[in-house]
Design a protein around this ligand. Structure first.
Ligand code: FES
Length: 103
């Protein structure tokens, strides 16, 4: 099972998740990483779930059009929209204290 490590607000939250897990969907049903994951629409429209991937990014699929639209050059800094990711491997991510400013 994939292990997810979330850094937020100076804390580290770690747990295992099932294969093919979407972290925003999980948080929506109050499972880890709830309540520590910031998210909004769940549909790639608000960028509130934007997170910097610090381990495991190379195994993720290429960003989809929603991520490209919301994140633009911030993709190159390692940001992804977590609501657009289904995980099948270990992942470590950081959510900044403030949400990203809209492009
Ligand atoms: S939760 Fe709105 S873009 Fe991910």
């Amino acid at each position: 099972m994939p292990t997810v490590v979330l850094h937020r607000g100076g804390q580290v939250y770690r747990d295992e998740v099932k294969e093919n897990t979407n972290l925003v969907v999980r948080a929506g049903i109050k499972q880890f990483p709830f309540p520590n994951l910031r998210y909004g629409c769940g549909m790639g429209k608000c960028a509130k779930c934007a997170s910097r991937i610090i381990k495991g990014a190379e195994l993720l699929p290429a960003p989809n059009w929603k991520e490209k639209k919301q994140l633009g050059p911030r993709l190159d800094e390692g940001y992804r929209l977590v609501c657009q990711l289904w995980l099948n491997h270990d992942l470590e991510l950081v959510q900044d204290d403030k949400p990203l400013e809209p492009l």
